[in-house]
Design a binder for this molecule. Structure first.
Ligand code: UP5
Ligand code: MG
Length: 198
């Protein structure tokens, strides 16, 4: 992928911060392709014949991070697919829920391209927990239960926050308070993104 043709925004934030919700809003208003690393991993887990199904299932239930080779390959394929289908060589991507560990960040920037910006949704654990437990009543997600949520929070604090801090030092982070309702959060996102996409 050529950075002159592909623009990548990483979308980070704790479990339940609202990454998926806000990416859907951005897709409606801007010409973004939205790729959720978690969604790609869940699809790979369910793909008949996948050699990674069990590994992914175990990692997700325990809030642990799937080895980067698997996730980076899924993202690369999905990006190539999206470009092929859109028929345009210029493309903007929201990469949602990735990178959540420093090794993933370095690998992606090496084999795909550097991120232009990082959208970081900041939200207190208590608020995220409430959202995830509520969603867990109907989501069917194997990790929307109290025990998995606790593990996801720990991984986020210990392993994923350093990624956000790394990009903060690079001056790439746009931080958004994700505590208010979805509409208010989105207004803030739009206001902060204006003029920065190029
Ligand atoms: N909601 C959203 N915004 C709201 C708001 N402003 N006010 C009130 N409610 C709001 O939202 C979550 C819920 O909250 C929904 O019910 C929504 O309506 C409501 P959502 O938009 O889904 O939040 P999101 O941040 O996307 O939460 P998600 O649960 O998807 O976050 P995770 O980061 O935990 O999940 P992800 O799918 O990215 O990863 C799952 C697992 O996959 C990881 O734990 C890990 O095991 C594995 N993984 C990797 O190993 N590597 C990767 O690179 C990525 C994932
Ligand atoms: Mg999500």
């Amino acid at each position: 992928f050529s950075p002159s043709e592909v623009t990548v925004l990483f979308v980070l934030g704790g479990p339940g911060a609202g990454k998926g919700t806000q990416c859907a809003n951005l897709v409606t208003d801007f010409s973004f392709h939205h790729l959720s690393a978690g969604d790609l991993l869940r699809a790979e887990q369910d793909r008949p014949g996948s050699q990674y199904g069990q590994l992914i299932q175990d990692c997700i239930k325990n809030g642990a991070i799937v080895p980067m080779e698997v996730t980076v390959a899924l993202l690369e394929n999905a990006m190539a697919d999206a470009i092929k289908k859109s028929g345009s060589r210029k493309a903007r991507f929201l990469i949602d829920g990735f990178p959540r560990k420093m090794d993933q960040a370095f690998q992606f920037e090496k084999v795909v391209c550097p991120a232009k910006l990082v959208l970081f949704f900041d939200c207190p654990e208590q608020v995220m927990e409430g959202r995830l437990l509520e969603r867990g009543k109907t989501s069917g997600r194997a990790d929307d239960n109290a025990e998995s949520i606790r593990k996801r929070f720990r991984t986020f604090v210990e392993t994923s926050m350093p990624v956000v801090e790394y990009y903060e030092k690079e001056g790439k982070v746009i931080k958004v308070d994700a505590t208010p309702g979805p509409k208010e959060v989105y207004e803030d996102v739009k206001r902060k993104l204006v003029g920065k996409l190029g």
